[in-house]
Design a protein around this ligand. Structure first.
Ligand code: G6P
Length: 652
């Protein structure tokens, strides 16, 4: 959702910024821009509508160079994608600003600035920031103080990078509600929305805290904390963290699309998510990290723990906490929400704990009652999704207000990014080791989330088991989990067969997905994947609901995809499928080898490797990912960057 990259170096920065924009393109791709202060001291800017490629074409015609610069890839919120709305935004040819987030009070500020004689050239909310900074500079403030004074007046979420033409040796960043990291180089330093942007130039990062500012000069990096009613800036030390993934991890490798690469990586990343987290007794609670100030930290003040500013957990305290859990409230968005829906079935059946799942954008805006002993569990690939983060902050505020306001036991984040806001602000976290996921449609992040959720379910069961030594179900599930990467490998082998099947979807306008039990969320995820990247309208139904409405839609033009593992609901699902067939619907069934379903006229059966019913949702997700991928390729859509979407949604 907009990507920022900026830097100050001893060499021309423009190529580094453009490479950074390519790497951030997953965040928004409707326009892009860059500004530098050139060797003659002039502020120069280039902007183009469309992908970063279009900006590069423009730069080939009219190259820019300079040792300091700010750049941006946009996902439009205020003002249509157009050159005049693309960032960087300038004021008086003196100040250049790039912004990620939304300035909610921009209309009032725009009115005030127009009254003061500023002329606006865009419809964006961001342009007010450029003019406000200019006004503060004119009043005599230095750039860091000017940015601080301006941010104090902004409502909403933002990450900013700002430079001033008069001072080509100073770059300022500010973070409030939107992610921003500092890339620590040797004699050159950078700011970006995501470390991925900067991997070619550094692997060391400072993850700014909420409210932090940063001033970068040739002398180094100074992180500034706002103190005393926000108008004072105090230097503060923040940990430098080494990024764990290689530059290659963020590349496409031999694949045509990131999405296919990420689908194919699943066996490996599932193994990685399981690695060192299981021992013969069960799930190792040390797998859970705790945030710096968490009440669950092994020893307060010990900062040398796990990655991303996390540290070791007090296992005894965590066991007690898990034993005290009476309910789990799961909050997430998009694909992560579907992972949460699967987990509800597991938590209730395997751990015997009631669970509720809700999308963050709904949860945060309603009056709620938390049952005593509720664990608040957030799921997010990025750890920066605005609604999910806001929901977490909301319940933390309630917790501070006291038990009568609805107290949550603790917050647990299942997340793919170690230094993300969600991880740092939750009491506990469990990382999914999926590696960078660049394709907008989530695949490996989803299946690793499911594995992490199964680990959490088993850890809760263990804690409730009061030292029960022979827990057969746990033992069986642990064994099957270890075998899971191998089963996923087998389901990836269906790729060729599914690619052929995809031809039957490419000219369709609508598709129904059906599943029952814990496969219902998998049907939802299959439908989401198809609509996201192939733009075919797809809806998912719990198969038992078919007769309450969607059956009216069935005719020979409506493909119906069903997920049919071997479980207690199999016979019921089969009856639902008969209902479709009787009305001429075309069936595409992904089925267990033991499900006796015959392919024939109007019935296509893809046999999915046999798997225990608990882990079946993870295995069945994979062929549905492949199906949507191949349909999108046949339709010629932009698989990795589908229209109107962005990977990381850091605005409401
Ligand atoms: C966006 C992405 C989805 C993702 C959702 C939640 O909509 O396009 O792929 O599932 O955000 O993101 P999160 O990072 O919180 O999992």
């Amino acid at each position: 959702m907009c990507g920022i990259v900026a830097g100050l170096a001893q060499r021309d920065i423009s190529k580094i910024l453009i490479e950074g924009l390519h790497r951030l393109e997953y965040r928004g791709y409707d326009s892009a821009g860059v500004a530098v202060i050139d060797p003659a001291g002039e502020l120069r800017r280039a902007r183009a509508v469309g992908k970063v490629r279009a900006l590069e074409d423009e730069l080939r015609e009219a190259p820019l160079s300079g040792a300091i610069g700010v750049a941006h890839t946009r996902w439009a919120t205020h003002g249509r994608p157009a050159q005049h709305n693309a960032h960087p935004h300038l004021s008086s040819e003196r100040v250049a600003v790039v912004h990620n987030g939304i300035i909610e009070n921009h209309e009032a500020l725009r009115g005030e600035l127009e009254g003061a004689g500023y002329v606006f050239t865009s419809e964006t909310d961001t342009e007010v920031v450029a003019h406000l900074v200019d006004r503060e500079l004119c009043s005599g403030l230095a750039l860091p103080e000017a940015v601080n004074a301006v941010t104090a007046r902004l409502d909403g979420a933002f990450a900013l990078a700002v430079m001033e033409q008069r001072n080509p040796e100073l770059l300022v960043g500010a973070r409030q509600g939107s992610p921003l990291v500092v890339g620590v180089g040797i004699d050159e330093h950078f700011i970006a929305s995501d470390p991925l942007a900067l991997l070619p130039v550094t692997d060391r990062f400072i993850y700014l805290d909420e409210g932090d500012m940063v001033a970068i000069t040739p002398a180094g990096i100074q992180v500034l904390e706002r103190t005393g009613d926000r108008d004072e800036l105090t230097p503060v030390t923040r940990e430098v963290v080494r990024y764990e993934h290689s530059v290659e991890a963020a590349g496409k490798g031999e694949y045509r699309h990131f999405m296919m690469k990420e689908i194919m990586e699943q066996p490996r990343v599932l193994s990685r998510t399981l690695a060192e987290r299981l021992d013969p007794q069960g799930v190792r609670l040390e797998a859970f990290d705790v945030s710096r100030h968490s009440f669950l930290a092994a020893s307060a003040g010990n900062e040398s723990g796990a990655e991303g500013g996390k540290q070791g957990v007090d296992v005894a305290r965590l066991t007690q906490l898990f034993a005290d859990v009476r309910q789990v409230q799961i909050i997430a968005c998009g694909t992560s929400y579907h992972a949460g829906m699967v987990a509800r079935y597991w938590l209730e059946e395997v751990a015997g704990i009631p669970a509720q799942v809700e999308v963050a954008s709904e949860f945060r805006y309603r009056e709620r009652v938390a049952a005593p002993g509720t664990l608040f569990l957030t799921l997010s690939q990025s750890g920066e999704t605005a609604d999910t983060l806001a929901a977490l902050r909301d319940i933390q505020k309630l917790n501070r207000e006291g038990p009568q306001a609805g107290h949550y036991l603790a917050s647990l984040a299942i997340c793919n990014v170690a230094g993300s806001s969600l991880v740092r602000e939750s009491d506990l976290s469990l990382l999914t080791h999926a590696g960078p996921e660049i394709g907008v449609a989530s695949t490996k992040a989803f299946t690793t989330q499911l594995v992490a959720l199964m680990l959490t379910t088993l850890a809760l069961r263990q804690a409730k088991g009061d030292g029960q030594t022979d827990d057969l179900l746990s033992r069986q599930l642990l064994m099957r989990l270890k075998d899971l990467p191998h089963v996923i490998e087998q389901s990836l082998a269906l790729d060729g067969e599914i690619a052929q099947l995809a031809e039957k979807f490419m000219h369709r306008h609508h598709t129904l997905f059906l599943g029952r039990g814990s496969q219902y969320p998998i049907a939802m995820e299959g439908a989401l994947k198809l609509k996201e990247i192939s733009y075919i309208h797809a809806e998912a139904y719990a198969a038992g609901e078919l007769k309450h409405g969607p059956l009216a839609l069935i005719d020979e033009d409506m493909p119906v995809v069903a997920v049919a593992p071997m479980d207690d609901l199999m016979e019921k699902l089969k009856s639902n499928l008969q209902e479709v067939r009787a009305r001429g619907g075309q069936l595409f069934v992904f089925a267990d080898p033991e499900v006796s379903l015959k392919a024939g006229e109007g019935v296509h059966v893809v046999t999915v490797p046999g798997v225990c019913r608990f882990l079946a949702p993870i295995v069945y997700a994979v062929p549905l990912q492949l199906l949507s991928y191949h349909v999108a390729v046949l339709k010629g859509t932009d698989v990795d960057q589908p229209r109107n979407l962005a990977k990381s949604v850091t605005v409401e």
